[in-house]
Ligand binder design. Structure first.
Ligand code: HEC
Ligand code: HEC
Length: 407
């Protein structure tokens, strides 16, 4: 940052100098609220980028025709053999233990399902029915806690009864009594109806999916199960400085288009579902005009997809789960590089003569670098708000932003 001696010579410079000193050149510091929260709850975040999450989510979608097929879904919540068949859709009858009135031992199932010893249904925590792909992805990770290899082993060869291999036979492991029961209930003989693709295809697709999540498997539960997305939108700033640093008024404005992409979240900020996004595109256009005894105008612009002099992105956005579906967020801007801060020379009428005064760059940051009381949004896909910085009478800057999640 440049400091102009000429400008500093003016009385009343302090506000403007402070403004430029505090806003234009500043070290990047972790946001206090987020940093403290992180120290209280150390747990892993998600190290996958949006692109890696997109690959994983697409790979999971390929599993859905099998997961949703009745041969898998009926055991995983689609059929309840322990209630009235009209409700539970188990046409082998209502399976109750006459002694207890509750579910019978699974040996009873062998009367009809003896083609697979151990035929049984899982508890509701393992149901597929009524769950979104995102929830199912998180569930599959949860029930294979040691990592992708555990899931791959499960779909390849289960530790207990081979439910999956049996599902691909399409016959519900029914024996002769089962087939007779089936025909009596359905009015037609049993035909094999396996899930699409075959068992080998499920192993291949399941392996691709699990390895696409990879390191994200044991990070946050939804890591790799949803795309954290990108944000597009605008940020505008309007500032006025009256009698602050030079005679007359200075008016500044900027308009930015912003594109942000998800990046790995630093470990220190993890555990409260913090996601970090960095500018990967966009452009800031700014203009400044001096009116009154000093006059001058200057315009300029710079791209947002580059790094500042310290190697930091020109914009970083942190999103944190604020509870109740709300999102708390904080933009952090990079320091203002000199090459985008040209000297702004104003012409001042002083004691009857015209004097050229080179000023330092007095443009405000295009977006305030650290908003007190970070804003919250009830809509997790839309961040819209404003912030006013006021330094004494006549010196204010107002920012407005409107960002939408694009994927
Ligand atoms: C006869 C009922 C039955 C069928 C058919 C069946 N499963 Fe399961 N499945 C179970 C039971 C019981 C468990 C829990 C015990 C275990 O893991 O063996 C389970 C566990 C699972 C799990 C681990 C739990 C979870 O929610 O992540 C996955 C994954 C799974 N099954 C996938 C499938 C797929 C895919 C199919 C179809 C190709 C299928 N199952 C067919 C009964 C079945
Ligand atoms: C009297 C024979 C009979 C008994 C005993 C029986 N079932 Fe069945 N079961 C059937 C028939 C027939 C079907 C196929 C028709 C249907 O889907 O309801 C079936 C289907 C199922 C299905 C759906 C499987 C699929 O791939 O669509 C599940 C799950 C199931 N049974 C669970 C059980 C459990 C658990 C028990 C023991 C508690 C049991 N059954 C006992 C006859 C029986």
């Amino acid at each position: 940052m440049r400091l102009s001696p000429a400008l500093l010579g003016f009385a009343g410079v302090s506000a403007l100098a402070l403004m430029s000193a505090s806003m234009v050149s500043r070290p990047r510091v972790p946001l206090p609220a987020l940093a403290l929260a992180a120290r209280r709850t150390p747990s892993p975040a998600c190290s996958l980028t949006s692109a890696q999450e997109r690959t994983a989510v697409d790979a999971f979608d390929k599993l859905l025709p099998v997961i949703h097929h009745p041969r898998c879904a009926n055991c995983h919540g689609g059929v309840n053999p322990f209630v009235d068949p009209q409700v539970g859709r188990h046409f082998g009858g209502n399976m109750v233990d006459s002694a207890t009135g509750g579910p019978p031992p699974s040996s009873v199932c062998q009367d009809c399902h003896s083609e697979l010893p151990g035929w049984d249904v899982p508890g509701s925590a393992m149901f597929f029915v009524g769950r979104s792909p995102r929830e199912l992805c998180m569930q599959f990770k949860q029930f294979a806690p040691s990592g992708p290899a555990e899931f791959i082993t499960h779909v390849t060869h289960e530790a207990g009864p081979q439910f999956i291999a049996t599902a691909f036979l399409g016959t519900r492991a029914l024996n002769t009594l089962g087939e007779v029961t089936y025909e009596a209930a359905m009015g037609h003989p049993l035909t094999a109806d396996p899930p699409p693709g075959g068992h080998a295809q499920l192993i291949a697709d399941g392996t691709t999916w699990a390895n696409a999540i990879g390191a994200g498997w044991n990070e946050s539960p939804e890591c790799g199960c949803a795309v954290s997305g990108a944000w597009h939108g605008t940020v505008t700033a309007r500032g006025s400085f009256v009698g602050a640093g030079m005679p007359g008024e200075l008016h500044v404005s900027s308009h930015a288009t912003v594109m942000l992409e998800s990046v790995p979240t630093p470990r220190f900020a993890s555990g409260r579902r913090v996601r970090t996004y960095q500018a990967t595109g966009g452009q800031v256009s700014w203009g400044v005009i001096a009116v009154g005894p000093c006059r001058g105008t200057l315009n300029g612009g710079f791209p947002l997809d580059s790094l500042d002099i310290d190697g930091n992105p020109l914009l970083e956005l942190r999103l944190e789960d604020a509870g109740g579906g709300a999102t708390r967020y904080q933009p952090t801007t990079g320091s203002w590089p000199d090459r985008w801060s040209p000297i702004f020379t104003v012409q001042c009428a002083m004691s009857g003569t015209q004097v050229a005064l080179p000023t330092t760059n007095l443009l405000p940051t295009w977006w305030h670098y650290d908003i007190l009381n970070p804003p919250e949004s009830a809509d997790p896909d839309h961040l819209k708000g404003s912030y006013v910085w006021a330094q004494g009478p006549g010196s204010t800057v107002r920012w407005e932003w409107d960002l939408k999640r694009v994927r």
